[in-house]
Design a protein around this ligand. Structure first.
Ligand code: ASP
Length: 334
């Protein structure tokens, strides 16, 4: 079965939640068959590359290994981020995510492919692999964004299973928070771990995925930057891609990821473009002292960069079989 068809069937037959492994196995089979074919001849020694926000070593390695086996950029990014969506210890992505003020875990995600197509889901309950669901919106509907119940019902029609996303641990912490519930949508180093991932595959094509449970104890219905194309993620395969993490409201106000790609288009390196996008926020007023924002970016040549407002942000880079954690430079030196 052709990989394209196989992947489609994986998510249509109710095994979407193990899509990552299934996609990987299939790619392995294909790369065996294609041993001496085009994948090898097209390989640039610098490629493939996977980068992701924060220190998600396993997720990034999984994406990097998939890329090395010939998986295309978007599927590799989805394989990578699904590691964190399924990681119960990660309290700001997927299953195990921190709930909203009313105890509902609601997830946001988007994907963008190298041909400029994209898909997103916002405020979705009971579905773990929302990045894969965002891809299904992209490939199986004429739309870009599905929200809430509509997205959830679409997921079941696509074969996704219903899952309880609120773990006992997250529930306990939420119940503790309820004793003195103060609504402070504060983003600091401890409380955000959105995973945004960008992959550059063997063919030199770039795609990305971004997935989160958003701000801890957010207002019911609140959606941040992560599923918003142009804010949490943007890819232009002729130029490069960028993803964001941190206080989503501020990223949306400056359309951060789109801005970075456009700055790269005008000649800036990924590093300089990330710095300029952070400065657009920090130049306005001194509110930035109360929240964190970080960007990572990659260009067509495989150069990467990152910048954050405050100290403490790191990102992963997989290249030539090496998976490194890189400390980002940052704006606020005080
Ligand atoms: N950007 C995410 C949001 O605002 C939060 C995060 O990165 O932790 O929903």
């Amino acid at each position: 079965m052709k990989r394209r068809h196989f992947i489609k069937n994986v998510s249509l037959t109710g095994v979407g939640l193990v899509a990552g492994n299934a996609m990987l196995n299939c790619a392995e089979n294909n790369s065996e068959k294609n041993e001496n074919e085009t994948i090898m001849t097209k390989t640039n020694s610098k490629f493939p590359i996977a980068i992701c926000t924060w220190g998600f070593a396993n997720a990034n390695a999984k994406a990097g290994e998939a890329l090395s086996k010939g998986v295309k950029a978007l599927d590799a990014a989805i394989i990578g981020v699904s590691v964190e969506e399924e990681n119960l210890k990660n309290t700001t992505v997927g299953k195990g995510g921190t709930p909203d003020r009313e105890g509902n875990v609601t997830l946001d995600a988007c994907v963008m492919d190298s041909n400029g197509d994209c898909g997103a889901v916002v405020c979705v309950e009971n579905i773990t692999n929302v990045a894969l669901l965002a891809k299904q919106v992209m490939t199986e509907t004429p739309h870009v964004i599905l929200a809430s119940k509509g997205a959830e019902e679409f997921a079941y029609r696509q074969g996704f299973e219903k899952d309880n996303l609120l773990t006992e641990d997250s529930k306990k912490v939420w119940e503790e928070w309820l004793k003195s519930p103060e609504y402070k949508p504060l983003i600091n180093i401890e409380n955000h771990d959105t995973i945004g991932m960008l992959c550059l595959d063997n063919d030199g094509d770039i795609a990305g995925a971004c997935t989160t449970s958003g701000l801890s104890y957010k207002m019911k219905g609140r959606v941040g930057d992560s599923p918003i194309i142009g804010s949490g993620l943007f890819v232009d395969n002729e130029i490069g891609g960028a993803v964001a993490t941190g206080m989503g409201e501020e990223v949306i106000k400056t359309v951060g990821s789109f801005l970075i790609v456009e700055l790269m288009r005008s000649g800036m390196s990924p590093q300089k473009a990330c710095e300029e996008a952070v400065h657009r926020i920090t130049n306005k007023n001194d509110k930035y002292k109360g929240f964190q924002i970080a960007y990572i970016a990659i260009n067509k040549a495989g150069d990467t960069g990152s910048y954050s407002i405050h100290k403490g942000f790191t990102y992963m880079r997989y290249q030539n079989g090496k998976n490194e954690n890189i400390h980002s430079s940052y704006f606020n030196k005080i």
